[in-house]
Design a protein around this ligand. Sequence first.
Ligand code: KG4
Ligand code: ZN
Length: 334
Amino acid sequence: KNDLYILGIETSCDETAVAIVKNGTKIFSNVVASQIESHKRFGGVVPEIASRHHVEQMTIVLEEAFNQAELTWENIDAIAVTEGPGLVGALLVGVNTAKALAFAKQKPLIGVHHIAGHIYANRLENEFEFPLLALIVSGGHTELVLMREHGSYEVIGETRDDAAGEAYDKVARMLELPYPGGPHIDCLASQGEETISFPRAWLENDSYDFSFSGLKSAVINKVHNARQRGEHIEKVDIAASFQASVIDVLTKKTKRAADEYRVKQVIVAGGVAANKGLRASLEKQFSGTNISLLIPSIHLCTDNAAMIAAAGTIAYEQGKRSDLKLNANPSLLL
Ligand code: KG4
Ligand code: ZN
C-alpha cells in the first residue's frame, strides 16, 4: 500500500473546513464553510460567534467532504488538524472533533501548525525544491520562513507589530469598506495611483522583520485629517498609495532573503497572497532569475483544510503523531 489519504480539519479562525488529500498533493475534496457574513456587521471576527458556527457547521462540512471525495472512513489513513495558532475557542472545535474521530475510527492523529498549512497549500499545485523561502502574509501573520527540507521551518523574519492583512483590514475600515477589507483595497488600488508617498519601514539594514503599524497610522491620520478639514479624499489613490508601500517592502525583503540564502524557490502563502498587486510585483521581481516563484490559486491562499492535510501528510511520513492529549494552542510556534 503506497497511497496516503489524509483527512484535514481547519477551524482556527472563521472558516470551518474539512478536506481529503491523497499523498499530500491531490485534492479529493476541499469543503470550506465561510462565516464572513456573520462577522461583517461587527467589522471583524467575533471569537464567540466563530466557535458557535464551527460547532454548527462541523458535521455538515465533514459529511460533505466525504461525499465530494466519494470515499469512506476505510480509505482514510490519518487525521490532520490545525492545533494553532488561532482563536482558542475556534481551534478547540477542530481539535476536539479530530480527537473524537481518531478515537472512534482508530486513526492516527496529527497536530498541524496553521502556517505550515499555508506553506503546504503550494505543494497541492507544485512540487517543492529546497532550499526554499516562504513569504507568509495573512490576517494574523507576516513571516519569512526558510525551509531546507520538508517539515523544517526557520523563521528568518516576522512582523514586529501588525500583520500585513491586519493593516489592510484596518485601513479598509477607515475607508468604510466592508470586512474583510483586503480584497476591496486591492480592487480600489488597481483603479488609483500612488499620489501620496507613505512610509516604508525597512528597519535595520540587515533585518528581515516587518513593521506595518507606522504605515497604518500614517494612512489613518491622512484620511482623518482630510475629513476634518472637509477635503475630498480620493479613496482609490489612498488605497493605491498604501498598497504600493506594503508591496514595496514585501517584495524587496523577499528578494534580498532569497538571494542571501540562495534559494531555488520562493513560495507565497496566506490570504494576502491573493493580492493582485503583490502577485504582479513578485512576478516582476523574480522573472528572468533562476529562482522560481510559486503562488497558489486564490482559493488555496485563504484558509482551507486541504493545506492542513497536505502539511499533515509530510508530518505523517516523518513519523510525527499526536495523542489524545492534543490541545489547542493559540500561540503555537512554528
Ligand atoms: O490566511 P487568511 O485567510 O486568514 C488568516 O489566517 O489570517 O487571511 C485573511 C487576510 C485578511 O486580512 C484579508 O483582508 C486578507 O487576508 N486578504 C487580502 C486579499 N484577500 C484576502 N489582502 C489584500 N489583498 C487581497 N486580495
Ligand atoms: Zn490563515
